[in-house]
Design a protein around this ligand. Structure first.
Ligand code: HPA
Length: 273
């Protein structure tokens, strides 16, 4: 595994991706940030050695290297999900690679269902903590001792400092600051009414099918990370409306520009020295 990670790191360095300072993963329906990057290099996932091979016929995944506010950033446009058939090690491989390329911080975004009914469609919610209901995790198997401990601490997987920056950016743009607990499920189906009731009872505020594996490897590598959910559907078991993926993408798209502004503000404020 380490050998593969280093191979990929060396390939990306040979392509001019020399010293990214901040890694970013853009979730479903969230791509506007790309328009604000001074792009240095774009590479399709399909041409990166050891990157997960797509199991579906199409794949638009791209790695974009460039600058925002004079900081070098490496953006994953599109991530890998468990429901697509990838292993948890494959899903988190790019995060390992970004860390070894030298990133100091990781920013993640996703589309999620709102279980907390105070959250409305389009809201941006900082993830404060999570519950992993995925059927496994990326740290299973032999520990990568060079990258982190066998039993990583998870008392604060989301950086308080980065969450403060998010809060300040929300204030700056005049949007309410909200935070919550994200539960990761396998999908690809959405949840039943009984499942939403269950998720609420166990303490979740929002639900989605990603992010947690990436955050677990960030904790393993002591990489400070921040994650935000865009609420794309309201999961009220007493009043559940059918949703479909095109609606989810459409709702995420409406909040995309605000998320870009907030991420740009956070990037500007992050101290990468
Ligand atoms: N459930 C799971 N994942 C999701 C949802 C949801 O309601 N909305 C967006 N991603």
């Amino acid at each position: 595994m380490i050998k593969k990670i280093n191979e990929t790191v060396n390939y990306l360095k040979s392509q001019g991706i020399e010293k990214p300072e901040i890694g970013i993963v853009l979730g479903t329906g969230l791509g506007d940030l790309i328009n604000h990057i001074e792009i240095i290099k774009t590479i399709a996932y399909s041409s990166i050695p050891n990157f997960p091979v797509t199991t579906v016929g199409f794949h638009q995944g791209k790695l974009i290297y460039g600058t925002i506010a004079d900081k070098t950033i490496l953006v994953m446009q599109g991530r890998f999900h468990y429901y697509e058939g990838y292993s948890f090690q494959e899903i988190t491989f790019p995060i390992r690679v970004m860390k070894l390329l030298g990133i100091n911080y990781l920013l993640l975004s996703n589309a999620a269902g709102g279980i907390n009914l105070d959250f409305k469609k389009g809201d941006l919610i900082a993830i404060d903590d999570h519950i992993n209901l995925l059927p496994g995790n990326p740290l299973m198997g032999k520990n990568l001792d060079d990258l982190g401990d066998r039993f990583p601490d998870m008392s604060a997987p989301y950086s308080y400092m980065m969450c403060d920056l998010f809060q300040q950016a929300c204030q700056y743009f005049g949007v309410p600051f909200k935070k919550g607990v994200y539960v990761a499920v396998s999908g690809p189906q959405l949840e039943t009414r009984a499942e939403y009731t269950f998720l609420k009872i166990i303490g979740a505020d929002m639900v989605g099918m990603s992010t947690v594996p990436e955050v677990i490897v960030s904790s393993h590598m002591k990489l400070p990370c921040f994650a935000v959910s865009v609420i794309t559907d309201e999961c009220d078991p007493k009043n559940l409306k059918p949703v479909n993926i095109s609606e989810i993408i459409e709702v995420a798209g409406k909040s995309d520009k605000l998320l870009t502004k907030i991420f740009c503000e956070m990037i500007e404020k992050l101290d990468v020295s």
